[in-house]
Design a protein around this ligand. Structure first.
Ligand code: MV4
Length: 678
């Protein structure tokens, strides 16, 4: 085994690899870009070397720079993770040429699986089932139409050089064929510089099931069963699980054999995944082989009890496979959910910003357990536009699928995130969805279940508003039970709280909340004769609350509203409140965020910062303009609301850092204003 491993990646997968390398006693070397100097993967390794600017081309894709770091730091092996250089045959070859071990297959195997049509020809020879179709060299339109007629409609025209769903056309009848072919060829030529296509029978309701394979350098092969990755959105996997629901032992064996035949055909070494497209009746066809460790590998680890990174390192070091096929067992059921900083209500637009809070339920990291978290960011870290906005992978296992699903639902509800938007609520709806629960899986599930998965934001419940309001008061030192007065002995002096709470107004506190749609949700809390009341739309209910735990920016409370008990965990981030209750989260804003943005501007010597993550809609000034206090500087959009940023003073615009259309993280400086010269 080598002593030093260079990890040529970032984020969760770099941390994942470092965890196993450490456990195995290896020294680890991280590489990092300008954007990652403080990143978790840098801290997870023993050494770290800067390799360039934030853009991947200037850092994580620089094969030469990474090889040089490996040689300089005495690393004997390079683990590429996934993405970046992981499936770059040139890089695999350069490692070999430099006398370094590439933790992955030989360059020749990457090359053989890189071209879709060439891979299909190889697979056909190896006896791996292919979708009935034509993938030969003859590209004559009349010939291809005759092939389509012979296959039977509908057919799918796919760009030979394509992938990830790009360059595909469904054709329903012979008369549509010529036009679809021409259009597909145009797209293929412009997207891939190669207009060759292949024709396949178009499968309705297909599933994506993949087999994890492993080969060693001694010609041994095993498979580690399957993963079902049918739940996808625009060719991005959302949920992965193992085993595949409905899989029979016979079919598992047949698919495992086919996957091993595929690996053997290209003299594969290391971890690989053979993807199949599967018909409702169980017939399966080779799609492609991924020549890397995949994002979803943890579900396989959970059902086999094996550490696939350890397997990769041992095989790369020349050892034989750790286990034979007979010794591998499949136990229980595992599900992985990819937690992203993105906004499902806005077409899953990435949500960049700072993770002011990031907390997971009790879990293990990068290792077996009933709840596992593979993450690459910590509280205080930033999700930037430079890289994939994945926050973490949440992986659970149960004795069966329903137990795993229940654990996932629960664990998702226990995550706390503030500072940006996530897909967690969407994932919870998916986990609870009837079709998903019934394992009625196919690649169209999310579209088919659209209405259930994207319900309109309903009215905000009284309980949610009461939790938000009481959290604000609790944070200010008020107590919410009948015993004693409205404030504790140790609380801040209520008379000095400079927010409108005055002696004359002691009995009436107004909260102007805005819901996620920007709609006002005004409520009042009244205090009278030792008791609180919650008032909304003129209706009044009795209210008590007890603080359970408190820390800056966070209140855990129990309220009793009209005799009904509810627990809540409320994160207060600037003017944004995230109320967690009953596994669900609700976001509210207090009305005066913009005013606070201006206060901050004044505090920071004339720089104006974004009050929350959002998008710049328009900029009203340019550098050199003279502005008066209260002039409009720019308009930004956040949480579906437009916010006008006004000048806090008279002065001259020194610099405008952003323009219309830019995404900005909260706290980002937008404009600098200098005092007027006079
Ligand atoms: C197909 C198909 C139906 N019939 N091929 C999409 C990406 C590419 N790698 C293969 N893809 C498909 N090929 C035939 N003959 C449907 C898909 C497909 C799909 C496949 C796997 C996972 C998700 C998918 C989503 C849409 C379409």
């Amino acid at each position: 085994m080598f002593e030093t491993l260079l990890i040529a990646n970032r984020g969760e997968i770099a941390c994942r690899i470092a965890a196993t390398a450490r456990r195995m006693g290896l020294r680890t070397v991280a590489v990092y870009s300008d954007a990652d100097a403080q990143s978790r993967h840098v801290a997870a390794c023993d050494f770290a070397v800067h390799i360039g600017a934030a853009e991947p081309r200037a850092s994580y894709l620089r094969a030469d720079a990474i090889l040089q770091v490996a040689l300089q730091t005495g690393a004997q092996a390079i683990h590429p993770g996934y993405g970046f250089l992981s499936e770059n045959e040139g890089f695999a070859q350069s490692c070999a040429d430099a006398g370094l071990t590439f933790v992955g297959p030989p360059a020749s195997a990457i090359a053989a699986m890189g071209s879709k049509s060439a891979a299909k020809a190889l697979m056909e020879k190896a006896g791996v089932p292919l979708v009935p179709g034509y993938h030969g060299d003859n590209q004559d339109p009349d010939f291809l139409r005759q092939q389509a007629d012979a296959i039977g409609y509908p057919v799918l025209i796919k760009a030979s050089a394509g992938g990830g769903g790009k360059g595909m056309r469904i054709v329903n009848s012979s008369v549509e064929f010529d036009e679809a072919l021409a259009s597909c060829k145009r797209e293929a030529a412009s997207s891939f510089g190669d207009d060759r296509v292949l024709i396949e029978r178009y499968l309705l309701k297909p599933r994506h099931i993949e087999i994890q394979v492993f080969g060693d350098s001694h010609g041994n092969y095993v498979h580690l069963f399957e993963r079902d990755c049918s739940v996808q959105r625009r060719h991005q996997k959302v949920i992965e699980e193992a085993p595949a629901p409905g899989m029979t032992e016979e079919r598992r064996q047949a698919m495992g054999d086919a996957a091993i035949a595929a690996a053997r055909a290209v003299a594969y070494v290391g971890a690989g995944t053979v993807e199949f497209i599967v018909e409702p009746d169980g017939r399966f066809y080779f799609m492609e082989m991924n020549t890397r460790l995949q994002v979803e590998h943890p579900v396989t680890e959970m059902i086999t009890g094996q550490d696939l990174v350890e397997w990769q390192l041992r095989v790369a070091a020349g050892e034989t496979l750790p286990l034979t096929q007979d010794a591998l067992t499949l136990t229980g059921h595992a599900i992985e959910a990819r937690i992203y900083a993105e906004n499902p209500d806005k077409g899953f637009l990435p949500s960049i910003g700072t993770l002011s809070v990031l907390e997971f339920p009790a879990h293990t990291e990068f290792a077996l357990g009933d709840v596992r978290v593979d993450g690459g960011v910590r509280t205080g870290d930033t999700i930037t536009p430079h890289y994939d906005p994945m926050i973490a992978k949440l992986i659970v296992r149960g004795r069966d699928r329903n137990q795993a699903r229940a654990r996932m639902l629960r664990a998702l509800g226990d995550i706390r995130v503030a500072g940006l938007q996530t897909n967690i609520a969407f994932l919870r709806r998916l986990m609870a969805d009837d079709a998903f629960a019934a394992a009625d899986l196919d690649t169209g599930l999310i579209e088919r279940r659209h209405d259930a998965l994207f319900p309109p934001n309903g009215t905000v419940a009284d309980t949610t508003l009461a939790l938000a309001a009481t959290a604000v008061l609790q944070a200010q030192g008020y107590v919410g039970t009948a015993k004693g007065s409205a404030t504790t002995a140790t609380a801040a002096d209520p008379w000095s709280v400079a927010d409108g709470w005055r002696i004359a107004a002691l009995h009436r506190r107004i909260f102007n909340f805005l819901d996620i749609d920007g709609q006002p949700q005004d409520v009042e809390l009244h205090y009278d004769s030792g008791a609180w009341r919650f008032v909304r739309n003129g209706e009044s209910r009795s209210l008590e609350w007890t603080g359970l735990a408190s820390q800056p920016g966070r209140q855990q409370l129990r309220i009793r509203l009209d005799g009904q008990d509810s627990n809540g965990d409320i994160l207060i981030h600037g003017e944004t409140l995230t109320i967690y209750r009953d596994g669900e989260s609700h976001v509210l804003r207090l009305h005066d965020a913009v005013a606070h943005a201006q206060d901050e501007g004044a505090d920071h010597g004339g720089s104006l910062t974004a009050p929350m993550p959002g998008k710049i809609i328009s900029v009203a000034v340019k550098s050199g303009d003279t502005v008066k206090s209260g002039d409009t500087l720019l308009v930004m959009e956040a949480m579906k609301m437009e916010h006008t940023i006004f000048s806090p003073r008279d002065g001259v615009v020194e610099e405008v850092y952003y323009q219309a259309g830019d995404q900005v993280a909260d706290g980002t400086q937008l404009i600098a204003i200098a005092e007027s010269a006079e």
